[in-house]
Design a protein. Sequence first.
Length: 347
Amino acid sequence: MDRPELLKIGEQIDQMITLDIAARGVIKILYPYAREKAGKPLALAAAQLLSERVGPGDAVFIATGWPDRPHITPEIAETDGPPGAAALALALHKGLRAVPIIFIEDNLVGAMAKVMEGAGLRVLSPEEALAAAGSHAPIHAAAVLALPTDVKEAKRYAEEVCAKYRPSGVVVIEKGGMNDKGYIHTSRGAETTEHMAKADMLVETAAARGIASIGIGDGGNEVGMGVIREAIEEHIPYGKQCLCGCGGGIAPSRVTDVLVTASISNWGAYGVAAALAAVLKEPEVMHDQDLEERILWRCADARFIDGITGYVAPSADGLPAPVHRAFVRMLRELVVQWLKAETKKKA
């Protein structure tokens, strides 16, 4: 049974990551249903699962990337997702000594590598990154790989990489999930299947192999939202009936072991990192505000756009860098003060 103090900080972290500053109105629907399913704070549930399953030198797969405006060009992708993937990758590396392997669309691999190195992790091949975990001199590494957009190719590839690198966990952040007809949609009900890497296949393969899986999303249309599919179909616009004529809605069918819903998917990932710091009692595991700004600028330099404003800028989901800095600062301070209080109790 979880200690009351740990549940308390978990609840506070969830309160932070569900602040609806952008006033989208979606998280107030998603969170209660996900919370009921989990039976405990969501970020805490995800952090505990990772801390239980992931050991030193283990690979952890993290899929992210949302091709935005693919009707113009699939080269455009948004800033919600990659920063969260980079920050959580760093937290898993620091806290659990894991080796993060990031999966994204083939045409976004270079851009994602820039973001990862902005977080301080040197991008190498998976083999080199895994070898670096045992290096006598410190080298903090990760890998970035292309995940196919074709379903059959993605399934074959998922089975191949899971067999080869034997991950202890799979995390999917802000990644479109397939409905029961096999289609992926935007939150506005438009079909966007073709250019989206099929992270569903990583989760499907993980389930078959007993690998822990976590989904993080903010709109109800992301991989892992199958956990609350019925609620999305009933309460979220286009949840049951989309605009493309496929006969389904935006609600994905894929289920993950833990679903983390947040007002911004990046914030959900930061919340998991904060909860991991609380579980491990290691504050250095958490994201910090200076690194957040650096990552957002690196995203802009890599030509990711803010999915709301459409600008190439150090912002995400319509909120500029100073807002994200402030959020990360508050989240970090919340856990730091909790850890100090816990230490005093034992003194």
